[in-house]
Write a protein of this length. Sequence first.
Length: 197
Amino acid sequence: MKNISTILSSVALLAVGVLFYLHITHTEELKKQITVNNSKHDTSNFRIAYFDIDTLQEHYNSFQDAEEKIKAKENASKNQLNSLNASYQKRLRELQEKAPTMTQADGEAAQRELAQLEKQFQQKELELDQELKKMQMDLMTDLHKQVEDYLKTYNQGKGYAYIFSYSPGVLMYYKDSLYDITGDMIKGLNSLYKKEK
């Protein structure tokens, strides 16, 4: 009986030794594999560039044209609303002048007419506002796509891993002007825009 416990203890000790050996061997292989993987992904050539979004917007002709289109649409909307408001005010004055001679039914009809004109004004105002917002969204989406497409082509020979847009005070606290590609972008984008126009 005493021999059985000694044999079992010896077997257990041998099993622990084998497990320890396998663990150490596996850890060393894992370290070698990590070293090999890290050498495949050499980060010494990892490059990042940025462009100043405010400067780009200030000098990119397509952006300036988009802003002009938006301002023209805003002015057209204001003119339409001013015209509708002038018609409403004119009709209001006409009805106020007639008010002393109106019957109760005429007065109620006049109130319904004014309420209808006011409702039409509010609907037109909402409609024009939605058209303007859609136009702004479409133009900004188009500009974003132009910049994105340009950067794909621009980066083919440069090898940047990331190209960020920079705006003062937003998330970036330091920038090295060596990696500023704003000037290249303005030249390239304006050249493409000129050809498309």
